[in-house]
Design a protein around this ligand. Structure first.
Ligand SMILES: [Zn+2]
Length: 385
């Protein structure tokens, strides 16, 4: 049993700071108490904040092999399948290089306090297997959303699509097509149905930039968000350019949004309306999106999201709300029993030096990798500094 004592612990869903001690056993948080707990294995967290380790809710880890390529080109030139710069580089890279770059990215995540990531994995079953191989010896929790090329084939029959999806779902945690520009509404519905049958995740990019929303409305009379909601997707990525009625659409099915503020900034497509999303009581998570143009560092993502949102909305956004987007909000979106410090939860925890009196700002505004004193994944110490 590991005991963490004397720390300022951000507890529960709302990350309330409390001076409590934590006992961890068999990978799980057994006890949270103000009393002393006896154990021979103690971590002294004096001067530290103890918080859930981060969950990066949206990555494309495969394109870590193409870091900083294509800067300045249009979003379609860089990432649109199948001929974007990203796809050309992926196509021409060796498995060895792809695996090594994914390994480096996962160690980067651990180094910056992330123990779970939700990845959009391209390349069908082979692509999933590459990530399996890359993560073999790395103590990180990966949630892999795959895709089969059949979803882009408008000639494929419904039964063909279903059978390919069933096959790929044996290898991954869900399905994530890129967006409505590449698939039909029928295919979208089949994806959600097949995922739901198996209790898996169906996710899609929506409203990333103005043009995709406009194109969708011109072609179908509906926004990308409305089509995603009608299809039943519960995990929507971006939502950078919603229409007013998109907010109600999302609320009606209790979907969650993953905002990727730095990605939107890099691609010059806008700033996600985080204040308005919160105002509409919609659950928000944060993701760092393509490794190609962003490091998977959630400290950077939180700081950028906090400050661009305040600047853009001209309203106060509390740092505790932003920290929740990187930790406890995830359990409202997907079935996961970590990301929150409460009894019986998986012990995915980090200790960081407290650098200012405000614990949430100390984390978002001040903390760097070097300030992470200890990272714990499933009750095991990943590193101690
Ligand atoms: Zn993405």
């Amino acid at each position: 049993m590991i005991v963490i004592e004397n720390g300022l612990v951000l507890t529960g869903r709302d990350l309330i700071p409390e001076k409590v001690n934590i006992a961890i056993e068999d990978g799980v948080i057994r006890e949270i108490t103000t009393e002393k707990i006896s154990s021979s294995d103690k971590i002294d967290a004096s001067g530290c904040i103890v918080l859930p380790s981060f969950i990066n809710a949206h990555t494309h880890i495969g394109d870590a092999v193409a870091m900083d390529e294509g800067d300045g080109k249009s979003i379609d030139d860089i990432v649109k399948p199948p001929n974007g710069i990203k796809h050309q580089i992926l196509e021409s890279s060796s498995s060895k290089d792809l695996i090594q770059s994914m390994k480096n990215a996962m160690w980067d995540m651990l180094d910056t306090g992330t123990t779970t990531f939700i990845d959009y994995r391209e390349g069908g079953i082979d692509g999933i297997k590459l990530l399996e191989k890359a993560s073999e010896d790395i103590p990180i929790n990966k949630i892999v959303l795959g895709r089969d090329p059949v979803i882009f084939d408008s000639e494929a029959s419904d039964s063909e699509v279903r059978s390919k999806l069933k096959k790929i779902l044996k290898h991954c945690d869900g399905i994530a097509p890129s967006g409505f520009g590449e698939i039909t509404d029928e295919t979208a519905k089949i994806i959600v149905e097949e995922c739901e049958k198996q209790g898996k995740i169906a996710s899609i990019h929506v409203a990333e930039h103005e043009k995709v929303q406009k194109d969708s409305i011109v072609c179908t009379g509906k926004s990308e968000v409305e089509r995603a909601v009608e299809s039943g997707f519960k995990l929507l990525i971006h939502f950078t350019h919603p229409q007013k009625r998109d907010f109600n659409a999302i609320s009606s099915i209790d979907a969650s949004i993953v905002c990727c503020s730095r990605s939107n900034g890099t691609l010059s497509v806008g700033i996600p309306p985080i204040s308005d999303i919160l105002h509409n009581k919609i659950n928000i998570l944060l993701g760092t999106d393509n490794l190609m143009f962003n490091s998977p560092n959630m400290f950077r993502e939180m700081e950028y999201a906090l400050k661009t949102t305040r600047g853009y909305s001209k309203k106060y956004l509390s740092p505790s709300d932003v920290l929740k987007m990187a930790t406890t909000n995830v359990s409202k979106a997907i079935d996961i029993d970590s990301g929150i410090i409460k009894e019986d939860c998986v012990a995915d925890i980090m200790l960081v030096k407290q650098l200012s009196k405000n614990p949430w700002l100390s984390i978002i505004n001040r903390t760097e990798s070097k300030n992470i004193i200890c990272l714990i994944r499933k009750g095991k110490i990943v590193y101690m500094r």
